[in-house]
Design a protein around this ligand. Structure first.
Ligand code: COA
Length: 329
């Protein structure tokens, strides 16, 4: 974990990247903001009620001097952001609805990013994934060529680092979605210094079982390869369908998938469904002792990332560093 963060911190040093933390009234978030403010890596922009935040800081002995704190409902920026929101939503929100929505810290914070007044956002310590992510999907939207955002976790233990996706966003996935997520995850892995070997996971290895679900993964591998060829992504390897052991244990790969491009050395794992991905990363975290960093959302025009509600102040700090690094890409 610390080696990944150290590389990112080097990149961020002196860049003054502004990350919005909408949940400033949560002590974990405010503590992380104080630590970020004291660092040279990220300038936090904290949202919430000014009085509540002051009181919390006093109670917890946190020095918030110098931290930018914005209260959405009384902010000078609100009128401008309301106007931009109505324009962005093109008939999907009236001005009255926008006035109301922009009192919500996640909508206000996401608008700060959209309007270029901040570089990224980290929320979710006190909000569900859906409430954190929805404003980003509606306002920031996906990059050209990406049809859906997805959420990956960096799974880190000692010198081992893997990427797991989609563990956070898409309840329904077609083969074409899985292929897109594989390619986006490979690009995310590359941008964090990994050489992606992407395993498309299933309960079957190279035809050992057959069902609609396994066929979907087989088709996803073909579609991902087509994307690799058309985008000339020469440094990306995708193969499957694999059971997890065939993707990660060389001896098993030799037996179950002798001709495969990945021989037990996969480092990016694409799960066939959100259920599998979400359960899978938590097993690695809780039984395997891996640190799970994320979900890091990929495919958006600007980075917005979601915390778990069980997160610590350190998690808020770390995800802010990762989000800031994404904003430089
Ligand atoms: C992500 C999620 C919140 C979107 O749900 P939703 O708001 O009901 O989705 P909607 O279909 O109403 O779409 C809302 C907007 O987001 C967009 N959208 C939805 N899913 C998207 C995706 N995966 N990527 C990009 N945009 C997406 C829609 O196009 C729509 O945009 P529009 O309003 O401009 O037309 C929902 O899929 C969800 O709850 N996923 C599971 C999250 C979760 O609980 N994960 C487990 C814990 S980590």
């Amino acid at each position: 974990m610390s080696s990944l963060l150290n590389v990112l911190k080097d990149k961020l040093s002196g860049k003054n990247v502004r990350i919005v933390l909408p949940e400033g009234e949560d002590v974990r978030v405010l503590s992380a903001a104080v630590e970020l403010q004291a660092s040279d890596y990220v300038a936090p922009v904290v949202l919430g009620n000014q009085d509540n935040i002051k009181k919390l800081a006093e109670e917890e002995g946190l020095n918030i001097e110098g931290i930018e704190v914005i209260q959405p409902d009384t902010s000078d920026l609100k009128a401008e952001l309301v106007e931009k929101f109505v324009e962005r939503r093109k008939g999907k929100a009236t001005e009255e609805q926008a006035q109301e929505l922009l009192n919500n810290v996640n909508y206000f914070g996401t608008m700060l990013v959209y309007a270029g007044k901040a570089d990224g956002l980290v929320s979710g310590a006190a909000h569900s994934t859906a409430d954190t992510v929805r404003p980003a999907l509606q306002i920031i939207k996906t990059k050209p060529g990406v049809s859906r955002t997805s959420g990956v976790f960096f799974m880190i233990k000692e010198d081992k680092q893997y990427l797991f996706g989609d563990c956070a966003i898409n309840p329904e996935l077609a083969a074409s979605d899985l292929a897109e997520i594989a390619i986006e995850s490979a690009k995310t892995a590359q941008s964090f210094g990994m050489e992606p070997k992407v395993a498309m996971l299933s309960f079957s290895t190279k035809g050992s079982a057959k069902s609609d679900d396994t066929e979907k993964v087989v088709q996803a591998v073909e579609l991902a390869q087509e994307k690799i060829d058309s985008e000339n992504l020469t440094d990306v390897v995708v193969d499957g369908e694999f059971q997890f052991d065939a993707a990660i244990v060389p001896e098993v790969a030799k037996k179950k998938a002798p001709g495969a491009k990945i021989q037990g050395d996969a480092n990016v794992f694409i799960f066939p469904s959100l259920e599998a991905g979400n359960i899978g990363y938590k097993i690695a975290q809780r039984l395997g002792g891996f640190d799970a960093v994320g979900p890091v959302l990929q495919g958006l025009n600007s980075p917005v990332n979601d915390l778990s509600r069980g997160c610590s102040s350190e998690d808020v700090y770390n995800l802010s560093i990762i989000t800031a690094a994404q904003s430089l890409q």
